[in-house]
Ligand binder design. Sequence first.
Ligand SMILES: Cc1ncc(COP(=O)(O)O)c(C=O)c1O
Length: 371
Amino acid sequence: MNNALNTIEEITLMGPGPSCVPPQVLEALSQTTLGHLDPSFIKIMDEIKGQMRRLLHTENQLTLPISGTGSAGMETCFVNLVEPGDPVLILSNGVFGMRMQDVATRLGGAVDVLEFEWGTPVIVDQVREKLNQKDYKIVAVVHAETSTGVKNPVAEIGALLKDKNTLYLVDAVTSFGGIPIELDAWGIDALYSGTQKCLSCPPGLAPVSLSAKAVEAITARKTKVPNWYLDLTMIINYWQGATRAYHHTAPINMLYGLYQALWLIEEEGESQVYARHLENHQKLAEGLQQLGITMLVDQEYRLPMLNSVLIPEGVDDAAIRSTLLNQHKIEIGAGLGPLAGKIWRIGLMGHTARPENVEKLLAALKETLGR
Ligand SMILES: Cc1ncc(COP(=O)(O)O)c(C=O)c1O
């Protein structure tokens, strides 16, 4: 039997995503494909919405996975909420904050950006000051900035917006499934994520959740949502209600994969999953310290699932990453933008966050760096 893919080798994915996919999810992906309006499949869709609501701690009706990667989730939130001239404030301290700025600007938003140094978090006092000067329709921030390994104070920013009309938009691509998210308690109105990070499902879906306030804002739009594929007012007719209407053919098998991935998180227990991420992060940080490798981000703001480490002086960035990949079958990530050549990004996301992976990487780094 000839298989098109039988030459692919297994790589331990310890970069910024995708992460390792557990066998149960790979098996779910290979189940027989159903029709997108098959009642059994619609049951699975409804289950997924429930799983997402429980894990995000939200009552939001409009909680569903968008067909497409995390960027499709980003586009969905912005394209449905931003109309030309709308004042938007982006809190930016890395690549994905910059991407939000680009997306909101393309939609004709009147975009202001509060920038913070890469490798440091958003400073809440500066946000408060900015909000005292001007009213915004949307304030947006990245929870887990994958380009730097910084955790932003999403709950504290949400508290500033509590009694305002402003919509709070949060990127949870890297945080969902790796650190706690309290969507309703933190006052988040629009949240998007991706499947290939801490959910440990291959890339291809973007969980999103929008509050009743966000839905009201969509309903009150003066202009039509300028993107047919991501228009939630249409997608909703496929994902909600007693009778479902075709919008686009859902990626059936990807949704099986997401269902299984979320099922595994609930089976292990949400708090155990977060504790596992933290324990493996600590094990990695200690091991790296013993190798004389230091972290970019101050301990208080570090993400457990994305560890940015400073490349030791005199070490060839690309050569080390390539040896890790070719000889040790481990992938780690390079730095982006101003951090290119300065840091490595070591992911401990979802199924990757296991002690055997940390040990494997530390041993490989020790050998490769000759320490
Ligand atoms: C924080 C963050 N936002 C958005 C994205 C974009 O997601 P995708 O590459 O799945 O489109 C990523 C991807 O790495 C990310 O880390």
